[in-house]
Ligand binder design. Structure first.
Ligand SMILES: [Zn+2]
Length: 333
């Protein structure tokens, strides 16, 4: 079967190539030049920085690639303060595959990501990104407003820190800052509910590698990491968060980075204290808002609010050639 990278190397003589002005979902996206063609079950749009694969329609495919270019510009502008981020076009486009349903998505991603709504794969060779790919599920709720910018943030961070490991809590926290207001509100609701119940994890648990084991609810862990990054982003100018991220990545010492960049004299202890106070203040603010609106302060149960967690694989070593599909057991792509 065809795969995205094969398509880049094989001339598609039978496909129809159209030159379109792609406009994003909102209709407000700046037009982006792209070509769209048909290959088997797939529509493939290609622009300066992306190669988007979809099975629905050519116009959907065109709209998504317009949104990808727009989001890339937005994210670069947002994080450009972090020195090292280049606004130049990528030499190797980012492949974005939008699978129609979870079943196809699950076959295309590692086992650990099968329940997720998005998966990013980046291959780095000698500190240079040689492969970028995002897998998404078209059946996931608001995937273009949540999973797409979330995963694209991972790609951009991987570019910035190519070859260097970004701590999971930081990588995820920054990626969640790109999600929709609706999803951020749901994450906040999870956080406030836990705070009121005295169930917030410790700072050590929040910053620990991995997903906290079986003891912490994943939705809560993600909500905490998101909130922590929101706090750091809002505490000072965003450029400080960029500096902080760079120092954490290069020194692996979060405590010292907090002292150096944010001037938190007590490092992590001070961050923990300040962040918990901010969470409590947010809870009180929500209570006041609810009272003034005459509504109950509580939100809907967590289990019905938070979609499947978003997990991605970021390969930081060169694991195979850059011109091949990331997994060998693909049957549908
Ligand atoms: Zn993520």
């Amino acid at each position: 079967m065809w795969n995205p990278t094969q398509l880049r190397t094989v001339t598609s003589l039978l496909s129809v190539t159209l030159c379109l002005q792609c406009v994003g979902f909102s209709g407000q996206v700046e037009a982006a030049q792209a070509t769209v063609r048909r290959q088997g079950d797939w529509w493939i749009a290609e622009s300066r920085n992306f190669s988007v694969w979809m099975q629905s329609t050519s116009s959907d495919c065109c709209a998504v690639i317009g949104r990808c270019e727009m989001l890339r510009n937005e994210l670069l502008a947002r994080w450009r303060a972090a020195d090292g981020i280049s606004g130049e076009d990528w030499m190797i486009p980012c492949v974005v595959v939008v699978h129609p349903q979870q079943e196809q998505f699950a076959r295309a991603v590692p086992v650990s990501s099968r329940q997720a709504t998005g998966c990013t794969t980046v291959t780095v060779d000698e500190r240079r990104v040689i492969f970028r790919r995002i897998d998404l599920r078209a059946d996931a709720r608001d995937w273009s407003g949540n999973a797409l910018p979330h995963e694209l943030t991972h790609v951009i961070l991987a570019d910035q820190f190519s070859g260097q490991e970004i701590p999971g809590w930081l990588n995820e926290g920054i990626a969640m800052l790109s999600e929709s207001k609706e999803l951020l509100a749901r994450r906040r609701a999870v956080l406030i509910e836990a705070s009121r119940a005295g169930r917030l994890p410790t700072m050590t648990q929040i910053l620990a590698a991995g997903e906290g084991g079986a003891t912490i609810d994943l939705n809560l862990l993600y909500a905490c990491r998101c909130s922590l990054l929101q706090y750091l982003e809002n505490a000072e100018d965003r450029t400080l968060l960029c500096q902080f991220t760079r120092e954490v990545v290069t020194t692996k010492n979060c405590d010292r980075a907090l002292r150096n960049v944010y001037r938190f004299e007590e490092g992590l202890i001070e961050l923990d204290r300040r962040w918990r106070k901010s969470v409590e203040a947010t809870g009180r603010e929500l209570d006041r808002f609810s009272l003034s609106c005459g509504r109950a302060a509580r939100v809907s149960p967590i289990s019905r609010l938070v979609p499947a967690r978003q997990v991605e694989l970021v390969k930081t070593k060169n694991e195979g050639r850059s011109d091949r599909f990331p997994r060998d057991d693909q049957g549908d792509v």
